[in-house]
Design a protein. Structure first.
Length: 155
């Protein structure tokens, strides 16, 4: 089960990246713009730009292994590792969730002291539509905040 604090961070605003690998262990990644933890607290759906999803989806189809890194502007960070379940095009509800998420991420970056000239393109500049919703089951959750506890298995 995904711990309460990690659910909070996943619901944002947080900076997120999905990582996968192919059969030769070559990595691929893409940024995610928004996430949703399902009621079972093991299943997560993340939203990625379709333009950056090709390699990631190919890897997921081939081996099903996924890692999601999620971090706050404060450096608090977590990593979820799990198994790919499905993907689909984002719908209107997903896009609405992403817009709220992006606005909150901008406010968070500004509150953390990022200058507007950096915060705005960082949070709002990523082309996120059309998008793909990728759903996976989290098997492990790790603390990744820099410091002595980094790498600790949380669940």
């Amino acid at each position: 089960m995904i711990p309460d604090r990690v659910v909070e961070v996943l619901h944002g605003p947080a900076f997120m990246q999905i990582g996968t690998r192919d059969e030769a262990l070559r990595p691929a990644h893409t940024f995610a713009v928004g996430a949703m933890v399902h009621e079972d607290r093991r299943t997560v759906t993340v939203f990625v730009p379709a333009a950056r999803s090709g390699r990631v989806l190919r890897d997921l189809t081939e081996n099903g292994r996924i890692a999601l890194g999620v971090a706050l502007a404060s450096h608090e960070a977590y990593q979820l590792k799990g198994t790919y379940l499905s993907s689909r095009p984002t719908d209107d509800a997903d896009r609405a969730r992403q817009e709220v998420y992006r606005s909150a991420l901008l406010a968070s970056a500004l509150a953390a002291g990022f200058p507007d000239a950096i915060a705005r393109p960082l949070t709002l500049g990523l082309a996120h539509t059309p998008g793909v919703a990728i759903t996976f089951r989290a098997a492990e959750v790790f603390l990744q905040t820099p410091g002595p506890g980094a790498g600790t298995l949380l669940s």
